[in-house]
Every structure is written in structure tokens, then in C-alpha cells.
Design a protein around this ligand. Structure first.
Ligand SMILES: [Zn+2]
Length: 188
């Protein structure tokens, strides 16, 4: 068991992550992970399956990590809000996609192995950040694993507010349209 590499995809822009993923995909189009992502994506039903299989999520002191052996995700308890949820979904991606998406850095590192680990780390954040930005998915995953709901942006507000404003139904005035659009933006 080893902590996920933290170089790290959480704070990079989503566009940058997407570009790295696209480049990697163009260079290695035959990797099994691409078909896994297409054919068996991580969805809300996947969360139910992971729960059924006994996957647990606990908080601990240092680093976020998934262990297949222990069927356990550990999340660093100092991280809050967006970062906690991005790391949580990153580890869920490891649990769901398995060894094809492993970003373990092996001791006997070949340059290729390091490259692959780095790309897998980025791919996991690329998926994790899209899932986290979906309020339904965020709500389902956080509640299914008994994590504390935290509100810090639009997606988490829509996921957990007891009385969320429905922006799709809200009337807008032409002069306020731009402001309205910025409000709708969700951090990925
Ligand atoms: Zn990882």
C-alpha cells in the first residue's frame, strides 16, 4: 500500500489535464484502460457495487490511498472541501478501474513505468474531477461511504443544500445574463 503520487492533478487546470490525457491516449491508443473507461465507466451504480463488495472509506493522518488488499480507501483528514472530494473520487477511480489505472511508483523504476504511473495519476484526476462536478454523483458517493457532506462550490451546494436554488428555473434578465452564467460555472 502506498500513497497516491501527489504531483498533482488536483490543482492543475482541467484543460491541462485533458490535454495530457488526450496526448497520452494518442500515443498509447491500445491501452486497456480506454476501453474500460468507455465500456464500464464509474457511475452511481458502480458506487453501489463497491459498497456491496465491502469497500470502506476512513479518514487518517497522512496522504490519500486506496488498498485493494484491504478493500479500503484512506483520506487524509486535514484535507477539506474540494480537495477532499477530488481525492476521494481519485481513490474511487483506483478502486473501480483496478490495476490498469494504478499509479503506484514501483521501486525498480524504468522511465516508462514512471511515465505510466504519472499518466495514470492524471487520468484518475481527470475522471475524478468530472464525477465530483456532478451533484447527483457527488451526493451519492459521499453519503454512500458515510463521509461528511461539505459545501464549497455550486456542485456541492446543489448536492447537499437542503433548499437548493434551481438555477435552471430561475428567471434571468438580459442585463444579468453574464453574471448568471458565472454563477452556474462549476469547478471541475
Ligand atoms: Zn492515485
Amino acid at each position: 500500500m502506498k500513497n497516491c503520487m501527489q504531483w498533482d492533478g488536483i490543482m492543475d487546470s482541467f484543460e491541462y489535464l485533458k490535454e495530457i490525457v488526450n496526448r497520452h491516449k494518442a500515443a498509447f491508443p491500445n491501452r486497456k484502460v480506454w476501453s474500460q473507461i468507455n465500456e464500464n465507466p464509474l457511475k452511481t451504480e458502480s458506487i453501489d457495487r463497491l459498497v456491496k463488495k465491502g469497500l470502506k472509506v476512513i479518514m487518517h493522518n497522512f496522504g490519500s490511498v486506496y488498498s485493494g488488499k484491504s478493500n479500503l480507501i484512506k483520506i487524509e483528514n486535514r484535507v477539506k472541501g474540494y480537495r477532499r472530494d477530488a481525492e476521494f473520487f481519485h481513490e474511487l477511480c483506483h478502486a473501480w478501474y483496478g490495476k490498469e489505472l494504478d499509479d503506484y511508483c514501483y521501486n525498480e523504476q524504468s522511465p516508462f513505468r514512471i511515465y505510466l504511473s504519472m499518466c495514470n495519476n492524471i487520468i484518475a484526476y481527470w475522471i475524478a474531477r468530472q464525477l465530483r462536478a456532478d451533484p447527483g454523483m457527488l451526493r451519492h458517493a459521499v453519503l454512500s461511504f458515510g463521509l461528511e457532506p461539505q459545501i464549497y462550490d455550486m456542485a456541492s451546494y446543489l448536492a447537499f443544500s437542503e433548499n437548493p436554488a434551481d438555477l435552471n428555473r430561475q428567471e434571468t434578465f438580459p442585463f444579468a445574463e453574464e453574471h448568471y452564467q458565472t454563477l452556474r460555472i462549476t469547478k471541475m
